[in-house]
Design a protein around this ligand. Structure first.
Ligand SMILES: [Zn+2]
Length: 423
């Protein structure tokens, strides 16, 4: 890329700094937790239309998706008004490589709002940080790719290849939003997801499995606890055994090579418990929701077998029953070829914009990359802004980093897709 064009692109994105802040603020102001994504999706639909793309809404048809590889059993059956938004740019003449720019609009619950310094869905800027649930994970990424596209248009250019903008739902629990888009036929020569991974380039992600452990015991008056079976006592024992398995998978000889130097790649998390009904009654019922991480290459059925064996090995009272139920993420891990043209090209765009080397990342979580990479014949990676406290209180994203990500994406589009004059 010649230096004149490069500096024009950088300036054009920089001029959109205020647009980036206002676009991001209007998205963060929409609570888009599971089942409530419609308001945020209608905002982004308008943005995609203003960018001149042809917009479609893709629903999650569970009957259709359930037989596909990568499908995860849903945590909600509510599908009304819950759509993915896709905007397709078609060039006058397709001379470059096509591209999908994907982001998820769903956010995780904020927890008790009073534990935030400001309400989670009332975005505000303090210094370089924009605060609010979803600011980093990952509305800033969506705003970055939209403004990258817009900045090229401001210069009188558009991509000389098909570019598909996607704002999907359910990334935080199943990935069925991205799967629905894949099933609708959207593939490309590459896909980028600007997840908030600190401007690194993703080269591996873990598999993630959710399961719910349902424990049924025997209620009794606490005057004689031995006449009952307490599900929480059983839960302690099971957690300890699962933690032992977690340690085993973190041993150096069990590791996938991409995670060799990580401090603690595999994390098992008990994220939610519901059960019991009275402090003076032996608790006889609970549902405990777990998340386990595992390495690329490990098979879902093998993970299930191992979990079931571990739980079966815990000695429980005869009248206590443990049942496992797999809803939510059943997500395989994946490794991305470090030498793929996509990775080279993202790193090159990063270097041109920031004048620094782009680090690669093996992330200890899952992303929607797996759909493109494993099932969509579309090489994919993540490259997105610096954020803090994602899934925590006072989540925030760096505005300057978001602007720089938009610059990198604009330069990437120019190199990958090529440019043609608009109009
Ligand atoms: Zn995310």
């Amino acid at each position: 890329m010649n230096t004149t064009l490069l500096s024009q692109i950088l300036d054009s994105v920089e001029k959109r700094r205020n647009n980036i802040i206002t676009d991001l603020s209007s998205l963060v102001a929409c609570d888009s937790t599971l089942g409530h994504e419609a308001a945020a999706q209608s905002v982004i639909k308008q943005v995609f239309l203003e960018l001149g793309t042809r917009v479609s809404e893709i629903t999650i048809d569970l009957d259709k998706l359930s037989s596909l590889p990568g499908f995860s059993p849903p945590v909600t059956n509510k599908t009304d008004g819950r759509t993915n938004i896709v905007g397709v740019h078609t060039p006058k003449e397709a001379t470059g490589r096509s591209l999908i720019l994907n982001g998820h609009m769903d956010v995780v619950p904020s927890g008790p709002a009073h534990l935030w310094n400001h309400p989670p869905f009332e975005p505000y800027v303090d210094g370089d940080w924009l605060y609010g649930r979803g600011s980093g994970d990952m509305k800033a990424g969506i705003v970055a790719y939209c403004n990258a596209f817009a900045a090229l248009k401001d210069l009188g250019y558009q991509p000389a290849a098909k570019v598909i903008l996607q704002s999907v739902i359910e990334e935080e629990c199943t990935g069925n939003g991205a799967l629905a888009c894949l099933d609708a036929g959207y593939t490309a020569d590459a896909a980028i997801i600007p997840e908030p991974f600190g401007q690194t380039c993703l080269v591996a992600q873990l598999g993630v499995m959710w399961f719910q452990l349902k424990l049924t015991g025997k209620p009794a008056h606490v005057l004689d606890t031995s006449s009952g079976s307490n599900v929480f006592d059983a839960l302690y024992l099971i957690i300890n055994r699962l933690k032992a398995l977690e340690s085993e998978w973190n041993q150096t000889d069990r590791r996938h090579h991409c995670y060799a130097s990580h401090a603690h790649p595999i994390n098992f998390n008990l994220g939610k418990v519901h059960g019991g009904d009275w402090a003076s009654t032996v608790a006889c019922y609970c549902e405990a929701d777990f998340r386990v991480g595992f390495y690329p290459g490990m098979k879902l059925d093998d993970i299930k077998n191992e979990l079931e064996q571990v739980i079966a090995s815990v000695e429980l009272p005869n009248d206590l029953k443990a049942e496992l139920c797999y809803t939510g993420f059943q997500a395989e891990g994946c490794e991305i070829n470090k030498d793929a043209p996509l990775i080279e090209s993202v790193k090159e765009a990063h270097r041109l914009v920031s004048d620094t080397h782009c680090e690669t990342l093996a992330v200890t979580a899952t992303t929607d990359c797996r759909f493109f990479q494993l099932y969509g014949n579309t090489p994919a990676t993540c490259y997105g802004p610096v954020a803090e406290n994602i899934h925590g209180f006072n989540e925030r994203v760096s505005v300057s980093s978001t602007v720089q990500v938009a610059q990198v994406l604009a330069v990437f589009i120019a190199n990958w897709c090529g440019l043609e004059k608009t109009g």
